[in-house]
Design a protein around this ligand. Sequence first.
Ligand code: GN1
Ligand code: MG
Length: 366
Amino acid sequence: MDHEEIKNLCDRFGIQGEYKYYELITNGHINKTYVVYFFRDGELKDYILQRINTYVFKNPIDVMNNISSVTQYLRLKIKERQDTAKRNVLHYQKSIDGLYYYIDDKGGFWRCCRYIDDSVTFNMTEDLKVIEECGAGFGDFQNYLAEYPADELAIVIPHFHNTVMRYATFKKSVEDNLSGRKANVENEIKEYLELEDIATKMYKMSKTGELPLKVTHNDTKCNNVLFDKNTHEHLAVIDLDTVMPGLVGFDFGDAIRFIGNSAEEDEKDLSKVYLDMKKFEAFTKGFVGVVKDSLTEKEKETLPLGAISMTLECGIRFLGDYIDGDKYFNVDYPEQNAVRAKCQLALAKDMIKKYDEMADVVKKYL
Ligand code: GN1
Ligand code: MG
């Protein structure tokens, strides 16, 4: 993108002031994200400009409808608890056509929101206080949306955390071997297939009604929470693209998959990859501390299984995409999806070993 293109897009969203520059943000695997700076009223104002990946989100207007309803609802709920929600909810800009999106002449689907002042994100962090805050942030999010009318949400990606369906899709990728790269990952394929029962157990419990569907975030990576730059308190949960009915234990579990890992999501040296129990405990303390009163006994009991399910699911998604030829996730280098999949497998195997330890920690905070 050149400066002129970025500036023109911002004009479409009615952003006032003098355009200064932009930066590309590279930590998401799906959308293209830019932070754009404008000078106005004597200071720099920053905006997030994003192009939605329409290969992944087939109906991006539905995505924006969900987001505008959910953010409005959150704003009201948060204001019941405190004076202002200004730094706690994203504020999307309307385009000059009065819509929360703009479609450019090449079909690119854009949205824009104000960046929350003095906020930061964390990817991998060793700071247990930040991890606990992250848990409380996702826990609060869960509580705020507890009474949100779930049937009004569009299902933007059907079967998103349907692990049974994910395994079926994975097997199809293996069978089709579109990229011809299957031979490079035979061992991983075999190991993932051996773990299918444990990966699908919890989803099956939701189908029999043993676990309730609630409004969940569905992409609870630590970098989807904004923290105050100075105090590191959690401010807002972001990346609301996949807010849909789901399992609380999957939100918990996907967060653990990311923040509980001792290493990065794409660490190549697998000896560095394990479930860090200190991180697990910090996140659990924050999350469970906030949501415990609303959980059923089965929900409480299955939180550790949520972590295993989400790690295996994410792993087969990365591996399936590697075998398909990197169609879904953005990659920085050709083998990255295989590396991510190997890392998730190592992590999931360690979680299985530490199942009882996880369960004991959960009990401590219930
Ligand atoms: C994607 O966009 P991002 O990076 O927050 C993906 C998640 C995966 C995650 C793995 C819509 O999230 O489901 O867990 O990558 N989002 C979508 O890091 O597929
Ligand atoms: Mg994201």
